[in-house]
Design a protein around this ligand. Structure first.
Ligand SMILES: Cc1ncc(COP(=O)(O)O)c(C=O)c1O
Length: 389
């Protein structure tokens, strides 16, 4: 049954989204609520956005203060909050990242990265990965793989070639004199929480250094602490020439960030890329508040909770389970079949998860989840009917 609100929405909107047939009006902690007060455990943080749950005091304080103070200010004017957020983020990123470009979504962060790579190298050929997901605006879509997203819009931009994820050899043979950059997710999220070999990113970095090809890391889903380190690429000790962030780094306010080295930034000219809303003080206040929470000890807890949850999921007694994989609180359970039934039965049990790839139940819980919540998910899975058979 679609609710009245659901019908009202659907009759007014272009119908591009999956419909979960659930109307949510409020969030608190790790829970989302319907208008009737029914409570759902959020095991997906709105596709990875509400990383600190709902109503986190530091985030709420920062955003409400800033919205009454000065929510938007074009980057041609300077602003104290933006300056502080820029400094704090560059310090938190560390390594070779020295400059930021602010935008409003993950796809926009990718758009900027692609343009920066063209400007920095003078080349327009890109390599990305099969099953990679980078967003759906035309530049980002050129990098995103998969005919279900691309077919109607081809030909897309410039020249993108897609190679096997996890294969340094494939990268080596795909590079030519015209290649500007290699764009890769440290862990492929949308296509099923796919984790490459631990040596992969280091081999990629070495190839890019040797050939003069820029390395663009898409950490829109994996970044901001999701895997228990601020950047997932830090598990391999690798920096990109460019890294893209988005999702929850501004505490739930729309955000995209393209961070890069001084060498790349020095080659980007004035007006090459701008955005009316990019760097708005509201999002910057959210970034400052989130960074204030995501210190190393907090992220160590994210890693520890993820380990426990993965262990418990691996013990699940079901013939449906093909694999359990993940890093920190980014976890996928691949099943042989019935993925959508499992999602629906969890939703009926008031636990919200999201799909990934063809056969993966994806968990991206808020970092403030505790072990009792995670245990309740395991218990529910053990009881739900599609799971048992
Ligand atoms: C790895 C990755 N890159 C890019 C994007 C696109 O972000 P947005 O939907 O904010 O445009 C996503 C969104 O899920 C993502 O997971």
């Amino acid at each position: 049954m679609i609710s009245e609100v659901g019908l009202a929405e659907r009759s007014c909107q272009v119908d591009t989204y999956l419909n979960r047939r659930l109307e949510l009006v409020r969030g608190e902690g790790v829970y989302l609520y319907t208008a009737a007060g029914e409570r759902y455990l959020d095991m997906m943080s709105n596709y990875g956005v509400n990383i600190l749950g709902y109503g986190h005091p530091a985030v709420t304080r920062a955003l409400t203060a800033q919205i009454s103070h000065l929510p938007a200010l074009h980057c041609s004017f300077n602003n104290d909050v933006r300056a502080a957020a820029s400094r704090a983020l560059i310090d938190r990123l560390g390594g070779s990242y020295r400059r930021l470009y602010w935008s409003n979504s993950g796809a926009e962060a990718i758009e900027a990265a692609l343009k920066f790579a063209v400007l920095a190298t003078g080349r327009k050929r890109f390599i990305a990965c099969r099953d990679g997901y980078h967003g759906k605006t035309l530049g980002a879509l050129s990098a995103t793989h998969g005919s279900k997203y691309r077919a109607a819009f081809e030909p897309l931009l410039w020249e993108f070639c897609h190679i096997d994820f996890g294969s340094a050899e494939a990268l080596e043979s795909a590079i030519d004199d015209e290649t500007a950059a290699f764009l890769v997710e440290p862990i492929q999220g949308e296509s099923g929480v796919l984790i490459p070999d631990a040596t992969y990113l280091r081999a990629v970095r070495e190839i890019c250094d040797r050939t003069g090809v820029l390395l663009i890391l898409d950490e829109i889903q994996t970044g901001a602490g999701r895997t228990g380190t601020f950047l997932a690429s830090r598990h391999s000790g690798v920096d990109g020439d460019i890294v893209c962030l988005g999702k929850g780094i501004a505490g739930g306010v729309p955000i995209g960030i393209t961070a890069t080295t001084a060498e790349v930034a020095d080659r980007i000219g004035r007006s090459a890329h701008t955005s009316t809303f990019g760097g708005n003080p509201l999002a910057c206040a959210g970034v400052l508040a989130v960074l204030g929470v995501l210190d190393d000890s907090f992220l160590a807890e994210v890693a520890a909770k993820g380990r426990v949850f993965m262990e418990r999921l691996s013990e699940l007694d079901s013939p449906l389970v093909k694999a359990v994989r993940g890093s920190g609180l980014m976890i996928g359970v691949e099943v042989f079949s019935k993925r959508n039934e499992i999602l629906q039965s969890l939703q009926r049990a008031r636990i919200l998860t999201i799909p990934a790839g063809e056969n993966v139940v994806r968990f991206l819980p808020p970092y403030v989840i505790d072990e009792a919540h995670l245990e309740s998910v395991v218990e529910t899975l053990n009881r739900t009917s599609p799971w048992r058979r």
